[in-house]
Design a protein around this ligand. Sequence first.
Ligand code: HSE
Length: 310
Amino acid sequence: MDSRSIWVRVPGTSANCGPGFDSIGLACTVYNDLQLRLTEEPGCKITISGAGAENIPCDERNIVWQSVQYILKKAHMEDTYKGAVIHMENNVPLSRGLGSSATAIVAGLKGANALLNNRFTRKELLQFATAIEGHPDNVAPAIYGGFTVSTTTRGDVECFTLIPKMRLKLVVAVPDFPLSTKKAREVLPKEVSMKDAINNIGRAAMMTAALCKGNEKFLRNVFEDALHQPYRASLIPGMYEVFDAAKKAGALGASLSGAGPCLIAYCLQRRHVEEAVGQAMKETFAQHGVKADILIMDLDTRGAHIINDR
Ligand code: HSE
């Protein structure tokens, strides 16, 4: 018998947050929704609407379908459910550094797990999602919501999620060109200097502590990075100038969102600077020949969840 149909909502995410390369991430209030039904009949029927729909494969290469198959195998249910009916409604921009592939992986895992009566825990879903994605910093906030700090120790992924003591507004400039994570990782060095590593360790630790305590003063320089952004700057025209413009307009700081090309500025809600920061980022990008849309978002605190009221 085919399964019932279920809807899952998964937030977009911004990884690294400057110094936390491959370990820190946050979830934001832009979402992809998945409707999923498992079928006894083999094969997948996939329909997609919204952001980047025309560039997402609707066949065996589809990441949602691959993630559904992954969890069916883990549950030894692949002989019961050989196919699926998948419908995606996407708002997260595709291949821009807002975790669109993580939303697809998490949606497939979370949806199929719910249809299997929640056979696996969230921690197990995090293991599976990290195995599929290769690093935890997008899938962790997509699953848990909030700010997340993740580590992998001999294959075991741990994730700590925190809701900052201060309210943040997240201003994201979304350039009109895509950038694949693969390409943005190819420009990274194999080794880094001790000085650069120390620089990042201090900032990542300071960021986490200051967010937990709600201490704004210590957030001023924590979004700087020496491990990946300097190498990726050549792929994003005007990147450092956009960071400077955001800070001048009142943001606490700014960073590359994931592997880019989106840039994200972190603002205090009580300062009401997010509109001005967005405008400054847009204009500065334009001065470097880049057309960008601005998204102003909050932190998502819920993570992936089943929606029943659609
Ligand atoms: N941490 C990853 C990177 C995020 O920066 O390459 C992108 O998926």
